[in-house]
Design a protein around this ligand. Sequence first.
Ligand code: NDP
Length: 523
Amino acid sequence: MTTDTEFIPGAYAPATAEPLDKIEPTPVAEIADIVERAAKAQPDWAAKTLKERQKLLNEAAQRVLERAEEIADIVSMETGKSVNEVLLNEVAGIGEYAKVAAKEARQVLKPSKVSISSVAYPGKRAVVEAVPRGVVGIIAPWNYPLSIFFKPLFPALLSGNAVVLKPSEYTPRTGQWLADRFGEVIGEDLVGVVQGGGDVGAAFVESGIDAVTFTGSVPTGKKVAARAAELLIPASVELGGKDAAIVLADCDMERTLAGIAQWSLHNCGQNCGAIERVYVEEDIADEFVRRLGALAEHIRVHPTGDHCEIGPLQNPEQRAIVEDHVQQAIEEGATLVAGGEPCGDGLGYRPTVLDHCTEDMKVMSEETFGPVIAVARVADVDEAVRRANDSPYGLNGSVWTTDIRRGEGIARRLDVGIALVNNHAIPGSMANIPWTGTKDTGTGIAASRYSYPTFVRRRTLFVDKSKKPDPWWFPFDENSRELANSLIDFSRGSLMAGLGMAGVARRRVDAIRKWVGSTKSSE
Ligand code: NDP
């Protein structure tokens, strides 16, 4: 396939360029019905205990694992990744993910008792509860068409919501398959699906959903966030990246090279958390670049069957971007160390290493989303940190060094959501670490207990067991001033306790307790 071939998203296999059966988009007029069916099914689901929901979701995850090969074949067909890669990077983690997500849910969803001063507010108690939003819309991209759903799917369902998935039109079958497995166990209306492109996505946001999580590009994410703000529904947006790695002269060269190659090239670089820029200290740059180039040349690329480590790019637009970025970098003076050309029948592209890159090159400033490592040589750490932070994105940033403590200090200077030492983007597969960024990467938090504001609202249940009217209720009378002064005194007493004057504070509390207890009888 060439990038000029007429192309219908989702209707061809990227690895072989074979046509696939067309998946019909959901008619826009039917989207609201799917959401309504989910809304009707949701209250019964929410009425179950967390333990019951967890048990059913574990069963659904179990079904995915039982049919691992089947879904791996579908993902492989739709994306071009090898079955091995899909099994390892998209399927295998679901069991652990479900387990850890449930552990997080137990923490976040448990009602929290509010501590209320029995002196200032006698007879009162309050508890803050987590209430599911209703129907959560989950809009996903094509790069990890299965596992990207896990981040919102588990917390949303564990909290008692129904969900409706909107897979990318490039990978419609994977999203449908996942929804079917969950639907078989918990009820098909609770896990709806809408299929189609941008028009369907836009209509979906309008369709009556109560919250939306969006993973995708910056321009679309901004549109979704703006519309959600108008509709006053919570939106969590996880957008693009241009991650940097800083390689220090004292790094463990062997492991650093393996780590950089892994996190740049894995998934053919189509990873929001891919290392796209490497800032390496000048002292080790020659050796680092030479060995990184050799490593890239030895990676088994599409088409080399099941053991192929890197599949093709997923779609022709993506390959056109990669080709454009690489060509422009070379024209602007970058040195091509490895790769730099297509391979295979489909949309393959060789792992590429470029040296002497500068920020005016697209490979350093725009998201490439392909198997391209842009290397820049730096004089010292300060230059590396300044240049790493000079990006519109801020997802992951990593520092590679044998001096861990120094590495932590440098990592903290990176303007990113996930700062790492000697690894990169690995928290993306963990259910209890927030996946989040800064700047154009978006404000969303995916995964972990910190993601729950999208899935639950907080409701306060406040109960008053007092037999008398509160002392500050109407009517004001001759005692009101005395009460006000006593309360002010009490406040001062509380602050004194905080300042280490507990004895004085206690005497004031005793006095006000006596006073409040003796006034405003309801009889
Ligand atoms: P897009 O923004 O093009 O699409 C994302 C999803 O939104 C797709 O399902 C798409 O449908 C849908 N969509 C398109 N238009 C609208 C609209 N107006 N309203 C609502 N939904 C709409 O992104 P890509 O699919 O191209 O994904 C690649 C991008 O995703 C990269 O920028 C990458 O960095 C980012 N990404 C970010 C991650 C993160 O966690 N930060 C993780 C993974 C990827 P359709 O595809 O059918 O057009």
